[in-house]
Design a binder for this molecule. Structure first.
Ligand code: GTP
Length: 355
């Protein structure tokens, strides 16, 4: 294994793309790949579960400047907690390549806190080879406008009335704020789903939440020119003190606030009916994220299903490969306490109806 300090080359810039579950990180990165202009890129993609949706979406770009071997998937769910075990070896492997990348992009999982990751770049052997060009926080503007990350004052009051000792921290808000507070650039994404007033209001709220002057750029479908995203030269590892976190006092953080699990479901005959049922399920159980691949009977193509809250999209993404297992499998992520048994039973029920 190569040693970071072995070559006194100029430091390779690393862009960290953070943002809550389903904000549009993969979509934004895909857009960078498609407009990379020949720049040799590498990606480290971190997500939940063994379904590996993000890596698949990014690999399917087939961009020459980012060949498959430059896309590393870390499926442990939270990069910020496993920096030493997973992240550093992945970076080392990329740097060991005879033609190392010119720029590395790291997509964190939607629940990861970016600061512990930035801290890893302050470690002398890493500093010698790499610098954090910038932390980009992608925001689901429509979810913020709908109050997804804010406490519902009535619900808090009801909780307080019921139990004095209840912890009122909102885990979604904490993760969302930590991601904003670490950012050098905020992408206010899903502008297509927002009114002009919402865009102004959410833009102002974001600017007010970050004590440093950080640019907020609106986008739809993550469409932002790579020149705006890459080359920020922020050297974020030198600036950790200006990036406060709810978790500054802790060594890492646990994920007790969230639950994620993968469920295998049988093939479907009717993609729209499946997606409608999943949307109802997401609504009924307040599921934050569902994504995965599904077999549609009689179709040669694989169906990619994506839900953020109850908003779903589906598309055939590529033909099933010869010999590939056509397992239909989705990852489900929600706040701690979501009713896994009921969700699994409902998914099995869908299957029974589809059969
Ligand atoms: N309407 C709308 N949908 C979007 C936009 N950007 C992304 N999406 C959709 O939102 C869903 C989630 O997008 P992703 O790019 O996978 O989000 P992500 O942040 O990578 O998700 P995780 O890795 O699961 O946290 C997908 O169905 C996208 O097609 C947008 O600007 N507008």
């Amino acid at each position: 294994m190569t040693s970071f300090a072995s070559t006194p080359l100029s430091r390779i810039p690393v862009t960290i793309v953070t943002g809550f579950l389903g904000a549009g990180k993969t979509t934004l990165i895909r857009n960078i790949l498609e407009n990379a202009g020949g720049r040799r890129l590498a990606l480290i993609v971190n997500e939940f579960g063994d379904v590996g949706v993000d890596g698949e979406i990014l690999r399917s770009c087939g961009i020459e400047s980012c060949p498959e071997e430059n896309i590393v998937e870390l499926a442990n769910g939270c990069l910020c907690c496993t920096v030493a075990d997973d992240f550093i070896p992945a970076i080392e492997a990329l740097l060991a390549n005879p033609r190392p990348p010119e720029h590395i992009i790291v997509e964190t999982s939607g629940l990861a806190l970016p600061k512990p990751l930035v801290k890893a770049f302050d470690w002398p052997p890493v500093r010698a080879r790499l610098t954090v060009d910038g932390v980009i926080a992608v925001v689901d503007g429509a979810a913020v406008a709908a109050g997804r990350f804010a406490d519902d004052p009535e619900a808090v009051a009801a909780q307080r009335a019921a139990d004095d000792s209840v912890d009122h921290d909102n885990p979604l808000e904490e993760v969302y704020e930590d991601q904003l507070l670490c950012a050098d650039l905020v992408i206010l994404n899903k502008a297509d789903l927002m009114s002009t007033n919402e865009l102004i209001r959410v833009g102002e709220e974001i600017a007010a939440a970050i004590p440093r002057a950080v640019k907020v750029v609106e986008a739809s479908e993550g469409r932002i020119a790579p020149e705006i995203l890459l080359g920020l030269s922020a050297a974020a590892e030198d600036d950790l003190a200006n990036r406060p976190s709810h978790h500054d006092a802790e060594e890492g953080h646990d994920h007790d606030d969230f639950d994620s699990f993968a469920v295998t479901i049988p093939a479907t005959d009717d993609p729209q009916a499946l997606v409608d049922a999943l949307a109802n399920l997401a609504e009924a159980h307040d599921i934050l994220r569902i994504k995965g691949f599904v077999e549609v009977r009689g179709k040669p193509m694989r169906l990619l299903v994506q839900g953020v809250g109850a908003r779903f999209r589906h598309q055939f993404d590529r033909p099933w490969r010869a010999g590939e297992s056509r397992t239909s499998r989705v990852v489900v992520i929600g706040e701690k306490g979501i009713d896994r048994a009921a969700i699994e039973a409902s998914l099995a029920g869908l299957a029974a109806r589809a059969a």
